[in-house]
Design a protein around this ligand. Structure first.
Ligand SMILES: [Fe+2]
Ligand SMILES: [Fe+2]
Length: 172
């Protein structure tokens, strides 16, 4: 095994965090779909896929390092939400938790002089900056455009446009 047991555990915990993020975004997408937020649905289905690719990146890394990834059980996500705004607030909070976990792993890598994992994590550090900014900017829209039905419809259209636009890869 080319990484420490501590690093292995942290990375496996991260696999679980990404898996939970993927299923929670899937639940949000499904709620949007049945509620009539087509943009929100496309946006969060794509977001769910994205979290799955994050999870896979870590699974492959663990296996490449001879540390064997553990595929975790996922927590059952919420089945109903208060509003589109509430979903985006929850998403931002979840991204902040993920960022903190990634920063903790970077600190472990630094302490252990684990240069491979440090380099591997750089992509995730940059990705989290993008993720938090994305949701912060979306939340601002409710203050800027409004919270009445027409405003929410505009924001839903915005989500549709963003779901259709390819996302830039973070610099690694
Ligand atoms: Fe992620
Ligand atoms: Fe994310």
């Amino acid at each position: 095994m080319k990484i420490s047991p501590k690093m292995k555990k942290a990375l496996n915990d991260q696999v679980a965090l990404e898996a939970n993020a993927s299923s929670s975004y899937l639940a949000m997408a499904s709620w949007c779909e049945v509620t009539g937020y087509e943009g929100g649905a496309s946006y969060f289905y794509a977001q769910s896929d994205e979290e799955r690719t994050h999870m896979l990146k870590i699974v492959h890394y663990l296996n490449d390092m001879g540390a064997t990834a553990t595929i975790p059980a996922t927590k059952a996500p919420a089945t109903s939400y208060k509003s589109l705004e509430a979903i985006i607030k929850t998403a931002l909070k979840s991204e902040q938790t993920v960022t903190a976990a990634i920063h903790k792993m970077v600190e472990i890598a630094q302490k252990e002089k684990d240069h491979s994992t440090y380099a591997f994590l750089e992509w995730f550090v940059n990705e989290q900056v993008q993720e938090e900014t994305k949701f912060e900017t979306l939340l601002q829209k409710f203050d800027l455009i409004g919270r009445d039905k027409l405003a929410i419809n505009e924001i839903d259209k915005l989500l549709a446009a963003q779901a259709a636009a390819p996302e830039a890869e973070p610099a690694a």
